[in-house]
Design a protein around this ligand. Structure first.
Ligand code: GLN
Length: 186
């Protein structure tokens, strides 16, 4: 099982380390054709507008095809890219998750914070950095983590997303959840 981490920009290395800690074979994806070699993909946090620029039209189309057939996990900017509706400002998305997501939704005062949320019913530390908010969850979308009343991690079929950064906490459960998802699909 090979897991790709999109390595154009952002905190891809923290994902690589976490996945390797969990014994996954990791490929840093810098070229669209590398998507053909992997069984699942992580799209890290960073700046979603910059991702779109760096991907270019051809890279975007290739990634879109990938996320519609293979397991993918997006964190923060990655979650924004996977959504089918993006606000503040509007931006194109890969349309893999039926959610509406609002960029930089917590404002400048609480740019970054560490809060306790729930993964299922269990408490879990969550690191938020200029985080977006999931404002609408479509009927086929399962909420897998919450913070207060807000959904902060969701899953639709083989695609999942988190608005926080599990790769920056010690806890490995969210990545384990993704690896199990990849295993169940391959
Ligand atoms: N604010 C970024 C965006 O809108 C996301 C921040 C992050 O990935 N930590 O793309």
């Amino acid at each position: 099982m090979k897991i790709g981490v999109l390595a154009l920009q952002g905190d891809f290395d923290a994902h690589r380390k976490r996945l390797e800690e969990l014994s996954a074979e990791v490929v840093l994806v810098k070229k669209p054709e590398q998507l053909d070699e992997i069984d699942g993909l992580v799209i890290p946090g960073g700046e979603s507008g910059t991702f779109l620029k760096l991907l270019g039209e051809a890279g975007f189309e290739k990634l879109k095809q990938f996320v519609h057939v293979k397991p993918t996990f997006g964190t923060c900017a990655g979650a924004i890219l996977l959504a089918n509706e993006v606000e503040n400002p509007q931006q194109s998305g890969l349309g893999a998750l039926d959610i509406r997501i609002r960029r930089n939704a917590y404002g400048r005062q609480i740019d970054s914070s560490i809060r306790e949320g729930r993964l299922g019913k269990e408490p879990i530390e969550m690191v938020f950095i200029r985080a977006p908010k999931i404002e609408r969850v479509g009927p086929g979308v399962e909420v897998i983590a919450t913070e207060g009343n807000d959904p902060v991690a969701v899953r639709q079929g083989r695609v999942m997303a988190a608005t926080f950064h599990p790769e920056l906490s010690e806890d490995t459960r969210v990545h384990e959840f993704f690896l199990n998802l990849v295993r169940s699909q391959s």
